[in-house]
Write a new protein. Structure first.
Length: 118
């Protein structure tokens, strides 16, 4: 049960990070163009050409600068999700340890002797 809860929390943290990445990108995208009178949105053609090239390029073939930009985005958004997940895992482990220790205190150490290494 705790593992399933941890997995769900991890999924939620990464989904939250993905939403932030998307929202940031959309904000950037809308800063790159302008609204038209007919309700459409216009973006400079050189931006469109660059983004299409990047879409069609596998990560490993991107320039060093483009790869660095992607890594910066990951570190900026996913590090919080990763740290929160690790902290949660530690808390779950500590809780399990505390529960086991209380059980040992309650039922005595003799029951657990079989787990001791000699």
């Amino acid at each position: 049960m705790e593992k399933e809860m941890l997995n769900e929390k991890l999924l939620n943290k990464f989904a939250e990070a993905q939403h932030k990445i998307w929202a940031n990108w959309m904000e950037h995208l809308f800063e790159q163009g302008w609204d038209q009178a007919d309700g459409t949105f216009k973006i400079k053609s050189e931006k469109v050409r660059r983004w299409k090239r990047q879409i069609e390029t596998p990560y490993e073939k991107l320039s060093d600068e483009e790869q660095r930009s992607d890594k910066d985005v990951v570190m900026n958004y996913l590090k919080d999700a990763i740290v929160a997940t690790i902290e949660e895992a530690v808390q779950v482990s500590l809780k399990s340890f505390e529960e086991e220790f209380v059980l040992i205190e309650k039922e005595g150490w003799k029951k657990y002797k079989k787990y001791w290494k000699k």
